[in-house]
Design a protein around this ligand. Structure first.
Ligand SMILES: [Zn+2]
Length: 400
């Protein structure tokens, strides 16, 4: 399975993956999913929001156990983020059939559409729509960088965009969703474990900082006469690092736009985007508040104005405690009593669905911690340990 999927959407220039929603590469991934499902005698369907499902047993019976992840990627992403969860889902089913178990609940494998949001700028579109966290009207307004709207892109890929919207009946049939994912950090490596269980997804958000000053000549304007917005912006970037370090959080200015963006011009506008995440809401508020305070102080000091706009926010997603404890107990039978339970700063479909249905996540060790990059990795042994862990979990949940 891994070998078949490996060349799909891979850039020969970067070695990274460009599997964006509703593109040819996405269609290839979907065809692969359907082929895998059919080869195992599973019933395949695509829901109103473009998510792909493969079923063993009748989901209408209810209380289904579902596993899976996503097959799309960020620009020049790695091979593991997403696909590891889908490949492991099919492999775990093979493992369970090899064990000769009898399923007492319907079992589903899912490929959620447009998880990374690389094309339309919003992550987890498939699961958000399904859970009613994104309205059809909002989704219809999403456009890619070429001005192609999400509905047009869906239509071009053969999917009816008029059908999109909340799908509570589908969610009501699911008793548990377990997503396996490569870890996007080095916690498991430091703990010396191949597999861990998720506790929560940190609250996170994006803020836009607009520093407005005065454009002028870089050669003739005396330093004392300047209103240079680059200076408070630079102080704000350093403050973000300082505040995050102090609080045990993360804060990043990863995108910046400068006007007029000339080498010999003092800028008139510096617009920076802050991504900040922390273990809980209070800590995040403190970090962002501290960064904003430093930005205002810097702006005042340089005769520059500042506007701060919160562009998006996702509150903490706590995974179902009972299901999490089930996973820990099942893993402990093989891995011993100290199964790692980890929080994460990355968003996932499982986090989106956690407000609607019981969800849980398994993480597989990533020795470098690198993610959203071609350098993302996991050893074959650890991937197999992940499959075994997922099979144990599914057996524990669906074969009682
Ligand atoms: Zn992912």
């Amino acid at each position: 399975m891994w070998t078949e999927l490996l060349p799909v959407g891979r850039s020969s220039a970067s070695g990274g993956y460009r599997r964006f929603a509703w593109t040819a590469a996405d269609a290839e991934c979907r065809a692969w999913f359907e082929e895998q499902a059919r080869a195992r005698g599973l019933a395949c369907e695509v829901d109103r929001n473009g998510n792909q499902w493969a079923w063993l047993g009748d989901p209408a019976a209810g209380n289904a156990v579902v596993t899976g992840s996503h097959l799309d990627s960020v620009p020049d992403g790695g091979a593991f983020d997403g696909p590891l969860g889908v490949v492991s889902a099919f492999a775990a089913l093979d493992e369970l059939r090899g064990r000769g178990v009898r399923f007492t609940r319907p079992l589903g494998v899912v490929n959620f559409g447009d998880e990374e949001g690389a094309r339309f700028g919003l992550a987890c579109v498939g699961s958000r729509l399904t859970a009613g966290k994104l309205t059809a009207e909002q989704a219809h307004r999403l456009t890619d960088r070429d001005g192609i709207s999400l509905p047009r892109a869906m239509e071009a890929a053969g999917h009816d965009p008029e059908a999109i919207g909340p799908d509570p009946e589908r969610l009501a049939r699911i008793g548990a969703f377990v997503e396996l994912h490569v870890e996007q950090g080095r916690a498991l490596d430091e703990l010396g474990h191949a597999v861990g269980v998720a506790s929560a997804i940190w609250p996170h958000g994006r803020w836009r900082f607009d520093f407005r000053g005065e454009a002028n000549h870089a050669g003739t304007t005396r330093l004392t006469d300047r209103h240079d917005p680059m200076l408070p912006y630079a102080e704000t970037v350093l403050a973000a690092r300082r505040e995050a370090e102090r609080a045990g959080a993360v804060a990043t200015f990863g995108k910046v736009a400068v006007e007029p963006n000339g080498v010999n011009a003092i800028p008139s506008l510096v617009r920076g985007w802050l991504d900040a995440r922390a273990a809980d809401q209070d800590v995040l508020d403190t970090v962002v508040g501290g960064i904003e305070q430093a930005a205002r102080k810097g702006a005042d000091g340089h005769g520059v104005t500042l506007d701060v706009v919160r562009e998006s926010f996702t509150p903490v997603a706590r995974f179902d405690h009972a299901l999490r404890d089930d996973l820990v107990r099942i893993l402990a039978r093989t891995d011993g009593p100290d199964v790692p339970v980890l929080g994460t700063g990355a968003g996932h479909d499982a986090g989106i669905l956690s407000a609607s249905i019981p969800t849980a996540m398994l993480f597989v060790r990533n020795p470098t911690g690198v993610s959203h990059s071609p350098a993302e990795s996991a050893t074959e042994d650890d991937c197999l340990a992940g499959v075994r862990a997922l099979a144990d979990v599914l057996e524990g949940l669906a074969c009682r």
